[in-house]
Design a protein around this ligand. Structure first.
Ligand code: ZN
Length: 129
């Protein structure tokens, strides 16, 4: 049965954040970052607003790339927030510096700055999965 996209994203963000908290005790006093959906994004799949402790994901990407979005892009953005908390504001490579890369590897992901998820601007807005 389909579930609202925001619910799926919030649950996934919760799981990823708990895993990060298990690895990095410094994060344990921080709630899971707020999750938002952006229906206009079609070039970048997600954003991290570290100072605001929130992340955002492009709904259109879920039509073609549900697994990659949940398993790679959600951790990618949350690790930006975690890196900001633990290592401070390092804007090397657009925020993809050594701290972020090490945390991505520790999580089990390749520290790729860019994704290869290609969609069209005209792709449908996804509201449920
Ligand atoms: Zn990034």
């Amino acid at each position: 049965m389909a579930q609202p996209l925001i619910q799926v994203l919030e649950r996934q963000a919760h799981l990823v954040w708990m895993a990060l908290q298990a690895t990095y005790p410094e994060l344990r006093t921080y709630k899971v970052p707020k999750v938002g959906i952006n229906n206009r994004l079609w070039k970048v799949a997600g954003y991290a607003y570290c100072e605001e402790h929130r992340v955002e994901f492009g709904s259109k990407f879920f039509g073609r790339y549900k697994p990659q979005m949940l398993l790679e892009i959600v951790p990618h953005e949350l690790i930006h927030v975690a890196d900001f908390i633990i290592n401070g504001n390092d804007m090397t490579d657009g925020g993809h510096g050594i701290g972020w890369r090490n945390m991505m590897r520790a999580y089990g992901l390749e520290p790729n700055r860019y994704h290869n998820l290609h969609i069209n601007k005209s792709d449908p807005i996804i509201t449920a999965l």
